[in-house]
Design a protein around this ligand. Sequence first.
Ligand SMILES: [Fe+2]
Length: 146
Amino acid sequence: MITENRWMHILGVARKAKEIAAKFKPNDDKFIEDMFLLGIMHDLGYEFMESNTSHAAVGGEILKRGGYKYWQEVAMHGDETVENMTDQLFILNCADMMTGPNGENFTFDERLKEIGNRFGKDSAPYQKCIIEVRKLKNDTRYSKIL
Ligand SMILES: [Fe+2]
């Protein structure tokens, strides 16, 4: 189930994605709206499962069935092994890593610290996030979102 806390996270990610999209393409209102919607959609899979690893695939599958154009971004979000992120996936992953579990505005470092505290420093989610954040920071598009 999507809990109230999770809903605040989802809304926070959507607003952060909107903010980042406006830095990417300040004159493209449709792109900015689309990135807000992508944020709203990104954790849909949690309504049907609690699993950290498979909620993305489940959400992506539901959205694919519904004809949503960014279903692949939803399916691939948070996957640190993805090469060549689309702009939409890059924005979504950055927004997700800059939003806390209750919708807080976080830096990458604050988000990592929170995940480390919640799951433990040796946990798979934390180790995956370390890799993902490194990847996002090393991306040439990162300078656009600062
Ligand atoms: Fe997610």
